[in-house]
Design a protein around this ligand. Structure first.
Ligand code: SAM
Length: 297
């Protein structure tokens, strides 16, 4: 959804530094730098592998390997006290999915790792082999919205130890009822759930949004692309809360709450990729984009 990202952030590119909080392969950063010759971008990624992609961009750009939760500290070190724009393109990068050793893909054999960066306190093997059945089932249900969470957790516990992604994918597929194996890969939701748990992705998102919104200057813009309903719900609620102004009862003659909206929503409903983008890049199928602008409040 690079063109929507560029159009939404274009008005603030000349106002100061734009943070690409999920640099990945740098596609969005490159598009932003090309859109405005005065744009300056700070790329951040939790994954130190992203530094190799960042090394190819020389002008008006810096990269820091960090969790976007630490954005405040990263900017402080750079002497930057406000930002003009922030982009969050959540989830895993193509690089992370394509390299089997990272352990994110159910299509490739590799170690059960799934850590986006070295700061994650445990890898997926520790979760799969160490968590008890109820905790595992709860994570599959909560983070993967997996209907067969209990069956899968039982099968995983029975098959331990599991150290390889292909082994785990087989165990999950075998645990699924035959009718559920027809819609998409049977291990998709399990892998999503493990990845979210290993990297505390939802906690990071809630914190990262707060930090970015706090640092955004008036007129500055935030764009977030999420890939599943759990992420999108957090984004939608945070933006709606920021866009809520006075909450006094309508019959009160004067505002007593003193509250005014810190955000103006730029997308009433989430934007979705068009069919051409989905056919060119099937991974974009589930993308939902939301954006907001910081008010002077
Ligand atoms: C979908 S990719 C971004 C792709 C990028 N927009 C591009 O154009 O190539 C998501 C990236 O966000 C990073 N990421 C996820 N959670 C993060 C966090 N809490 N802090 C920093 N980076 C994070 C991942 O490591 C991954 O590289």
């Amino acid at each position: 959804m690079a063109s929507q990202v560029v159009e939404l952030l274009r008005p603030c590119l000349a106002l100061g530094v734009t943070v690409d909080a999920t640099f990945g392969g740098g596609g969005h950063t490159r598009a932003l730098l090309a859109a405005d010759r005065s744009a300056r971008v700070l790329g951040i990624d939790r994954d130190p592998d992203a530094a190799a992609q960042a090394a190819g961009i020389r002008r008006r750009f810096d990269f820091r390997a960090a969790d976007f939760r630490r954005l405040g500290r990263v900017l402080e070190k750079e002497g930057i006290d406000e930002i003009a724009g922030a982009l969050f393109d959540l989830g895993v990068s193509s690089h992370q999915l394509d390299v089997g050793e990272r352990g994110f893909s159910y299509h490739r054999s590799g170690p059960l790792d799934m850590r986006m960066g070295p700061d994650a306190p445990q890898d997926a093997a520790a979760v799969v082999n160490g968590w008890d059945r109820d905790r595992l089932a709860d994570a599959l249900l909560r983070y993967g919205e997996e209907r067969h969470a209990r069956r899968i957790a039982d099968a995983v516990v029975a098959a331990r130890p599991i150290h390889d992604t292909a082994h785990l994918a087989r165990v999950v597929a075998d645990a699924m009822p035959a009718r559920s194996r027809r819609s998409g890969h049977p291990a998709r939701r399990t892998f999503q759930a493990l990845r979210i748990a290993v990297n505390d992705e939802l906690g990071a998102l809630a914190e990262g949004l707060d930090v970015a919104l706090r640092l955004l200057r008036p007129g500055g813009r935030l764009v977030v692309i999420s890939y599943h309903s759990l992420e999108d719900r957090i984004v939608k609620r945070r933006l709606a809360a920021g866009a809520t102004g006075c909450v006094c009862p309508p019959d009160l003659p004067v505002c007593g709450c003193g509250r005014s909206a810190e955000l103006r929503l730029l997308t009433r409903k989430a934007l979705r990729p068009d069919p051409a983008e989905v056919s060119a890049n099937p991974r974009s199928r589930s993308a939902r984009l939301r954006a907001a602008e910081r008010t002077a409040a």
